[in-house]
Design a protein around this ligand. Structure first.
Ligand code: GDP
Length: 376
């Protein structure tokens, strides 16, 4: 799937950089343009694979907004034309979707990303998705409250919001910086593979992109190669999307990989997911990546049926991603996955954090059904 990526804030910029770099190194050609936007000048320094734009200079003079996401919203509202101008020529007619990437707990990305999504929705016909990073449990209450409001507003504005929980994709016991590094690398690889899957050709690396017609000429195996429209259709449910990933060593012969296909698919959804414990979904896409000869049709079909049972969705698409690799990997994209305990627990943390910050003057307000206000 050809995409334009726009990172807002520190985490947004760093993750966008990693995604653009991964895509370029792999020669996939899925990332058509990448831009990082920030109100903090220092956070834009050192980004090499993305173009950069500083916003809010008249308000905060390049020093950022701290964790004030309302200021992040205001700055993006007043400078959105500058951002739109910077995007000119970067979102070409070849882009099939736009992703706005941000950490939801801070200020610039948390407050700015929903505004930008809103503006882009009115300018482009292609879907505008958010890739949002949720703060981990141990991050402070201001981060939880910020992320709650940002997520609420993104869910209203974006065609779908792919959530990565900062508690999900790192090892136990890592330092915060070490964990960010691990998470960012995994986002780049996993989301990068998802985007590239709709672009894949056999013998990846030689040529990055080819048309669907030439891809389907390859016979039975090629006929089931994932197409961008399958990603877009899976995300059409809207709401929260999640991505799961797992891989294992593959045998040369596909017949020996039937169990492996099932195992990696289960792991991707149950333990390798970007939002733990979210398995109920409106739609799903199971992508099995590996050497074409190593991908077992029977195993993939069994895994697809297992995903159907586990998610309770009748809309489970499946497809291959031919990749020159000794591994067999499964990517499971869920659409409409907001009915999860994990997300409910997060929203509760966000509401409590909001109530604790003293800004709720009306004591009965905390019993209202939804105490989180939209950002705009
Ligand atoms: P902003 O620059 O004001 O948008 O703020 P940040 O991007 O620093 O957002 C803060 C949130 O993003 C917090 O929840 C952080 O835990 C998270 N965050 C900051 N940097 C990174 C990063 O490099 N990787 C990941 N995964 N999360 C990050």
């Amino acid at each position: 799937m050809k995409v334009a990526l726009i990172g807002v804030g520190q985490a947004g910029g760093k993750v966008t950089e990693r995604l653009a770099r991964f895509d370029a190194k792999m020669g996939f050609g899925a990332v058509q343009g990448a831009l990082a936007i920030n109100s903090a000048k220092s956070d834009l320094a050192g980004l090499e694979f993305v173009d950069t734009t500083l916003i809010g200079a008249d308000r905060v003079n390049g020093h950022g907004v701290g964790a004030d996401n309302e200021l992040g919203t205001e700055i993006m509202q007043s400078d959105s034309q500058q951002v739109i101008d910077a995007l000119d020529g970067r979102i070409t007619s070849s882009a099939e979707a736009i992703f706005v990437v941000a950490g939801l707990g801070g200020g610039t990305g948390s407050g700015g990303a929903p505004v930008l999504v809103h503006r882009l929705q009115r300018m482009y016909d292609v879907p505008v998705y958010a890739l949002g990073i949720l703060p981990g449990r141990n991050e402070g209450s201001l981060y939880q409250a910020n992320a709650g409001r940002s997520l609420k507003t993104l869910l209203r504005e974006a065609d779908a919001t792919l959530l990565i929980d900062n508690d999900a994709w790192h090892e136990q016991g890592e330092s915060v910086e070490g964990a960010f590094e691990t998470i960012n690398r995994k986002i780049a690889q996993r989301v990068g593979l998802l985007l590239a899957s709709g672009e894949a050709v056999e013998g990846v690396g030689e040529s990055s992109v080819t048309s669907k017609t030439s891809r389907t000429r390859g016979g039975a195996a090629a006929a089931s190669v994932v197409d961008s429209s399958e990603i877009i259709n899976t995300l059409r449910s809207g709401g929260v999307a999640t991505l799961g990933y797992a891989s294992a060593a593959a045998a040369e012969d596909s017949a020996e990989n039937i169990n492996t296909a099932l195992t990696v698919s289960r792991q991707a959804l149950l333990t390798g997911t970007s939002l733990p414990d979210a398995t109920t979904a409106d739609s799903a896409l199971l992508i099995v990546a590996g050497k074409p000869d190593a991908i077992p049709r029977k195993g993939v079909e069994r895994a697809r049926r297992w995903v159907e049972d586990e998610t309770g969705s009748m809309q489970v698409r499946g497809g291959d991603f031919p990749l020159e690799s000794d591994q067999l990997a499964a990517l499971v994209l869920l659409g409409g996955a907001e009915r999860s305990d994990r997300l409910e627990a997060f929203m509760e943390r966000a509401r409590e954090a909001k109530a604790d910050d003293g800004s709720d003057d009306d004591p009965t307000e905390q019993f209202a059904e939804d105490r989180l206000e939209d950002l705009f």
